[in-house]
Write a protein that binds this ligand. Structure first.
Ligand code: SF4
Ligand code: SF4
Length: 388
């Protein structure tokens, strides 16, 4: 049995967070004295610099509480993360993390130096470049934020480790794996590599910030904050994601990192092997959580013949920038793995999007700071929706 702690938490106050996180560790049988004298990589979700109210990042106060708990138990925490487009220094400076890094005198790892993590049992990629600082850690404490996600349906503990890949490498993987299911399989390879690839293996803890989560067009500025009032913890990321997804009331079958994750043999093969400790799923469950439209069956149908540009444009949502919101910051152009976004035409109000080149990864939607990128339905999408 894999234990997942689920505990109600109503605020980001330091006192409540620390109480709840200590209780969560106890629920899963983790002794905090394990932190003693260990160098601990603490990995939050810092997708991009953003205000806390947007619920894009792991809340800085959540991060602070975990760092303080590690220090109280004589561990040596350091911050590690690699945002999608911005530098880590900028993400820290523009968020509540800067004050914590300073007041806690925290080391920040350089994510740009990388090293290869080997994992022979991986299904697609047995050698993955990750930030080398993970190799220097004795233990990894992951702090995922629960959010809806346009590609993987939801993002949590498994998807968080995608941040282990240095910024530009992430776009490359989106381009190599435009099929959403293939991309999820790669995420599971990466998760497996973190769990089994280090020699000796590094203990990994997942402590999830699901107090204020994101619904709708997450996981970036287009997503909508939603109160879930939960903190989850576990040693198995797939199990933690399963419980969080159930609390959100979402369909596990649509979350490939969970449904396919059960088939990987990473310590949990079905829901029957998960023991929820603390509060019950039912006591915190949401009944009207809104998933991202990108996780609709249409968006995930990247199978022949739908991959041809013409058919794809007819039946799959295409990204389109809203001239009323766009500030021509070009962050979407920087992140686009397919080079499908070009400069604006003379006097144009948005960059030029080439829907033929677009692989529908929705990274532009995820990264746009103005939430200016919308999904436009294909003209014949309704026909296929009737069929499935
Ligand atoms: S669509 Fe968004 S990310 Fe792209 S240029 Fe406009 S504001 Fe920037
Ligand atoms: S235009 Fe947007 S959705 Fe299309 S490939 Fe580029 S980043 Fe991905």
């Amino acid at each position: 049995m894999t234990k997942v702690s689920l505990t109600r938490c109503d605020s980001y106050s330091n006192a409540e967070l620390k109480d709840v996180i200590y209780e969560s560790l106890e629920n899963i049988g983790f002794d905090p004295s394990t932190f003693k004298n260990k160098r601990i990589a603490v990995k939050p979700n810092m997708l991009m610099p953003a205000k806390n109210e947007k619920a894009i990042m792991t809340h800085p106060e959540f991060f602070r509480a975990v760092v303080q708990i590690i220090k109280e138990n004589k561990g040596k925490p350091f911050l590690i993360e690699s945002p999608a487009v911005h530098s880590l220094a900028r993400a820290i400076k523009k968020s509540g993390y800067a004050e914590i890094v300073e007041s806690e005198n925290l080391e920040v790892a350089d994510p740009s130096t990388t090293k290869t993590l080997h994992f022979e049992e991986a299904q697609r990629y047995k050698h993955i470049e990750i930030s080398s600082a993970y190799f220097d850690a004795d233990m990894i404490v992951c702090l995922p934020k629960f959010k809806s996600h346009g590609i993987t349906y939801m993002t949590g503990a498994v998807k968080l480790l995608f941040g282990g890949i240095y910024g530009p490498g992430k776009s490359k993987m989106h381009f190599r794996l435009p099929d959403h299911k293939d991309f999820s399989q790669f995420l599971l390879d990466l998760y497996g590599a973190f769990v089994h690839g280090f020699d000796p293996p590094k203990p990994i803890l997942h402590i999830m910030d699901a107090i204020v989560v994101q619904e709708g067009e997450g996981p970036g500025p287009a997503g909508k904050p939603r109160t879930m009032n939960a903190v989850l913890a576990g040693k198995n990321g797939i199990a933690v994601d399963y419980v969080a997804t159930k609390v959100a009331g979402l369909d596990i079958k649509k979350a490939p990192t969970i449904s396919e994750g059960f088939k990987r043999g990473y310590g949990v093969t079905s829901k029957d092997e998960i023991e929820v400790v603390g509060d019950t799923i039912e006591s915190l469950a949401l009944s009207d959580f809104i998933p991202a439209t990108g996780s609709s069956i249409m968006s995930n149908m990247f199978i022949w013949p739908l991959t041809t540009p013409m058919v794809k444009n007819l039946v799959v949502e295409r990204p389109s920038p809203d001239p009323k919101k766009c500030t021509l910051c070009y962050q979407c152009m920087k992140i686009c793995p397919a080079e499908a976004i070009g400069p604006a035409k003379k006097n144009g109000l948005t960059p030029e999007y080439d829907s033929k080149k677009c692989i529908r990864c929705y990274c532009c939607l995820e990264i746009c700071p103005e939430a200016a990128v919308q999904k436009i339905r294909g003209r014949l999408q309704w026909v296929l929706e009737l069929m499935f």
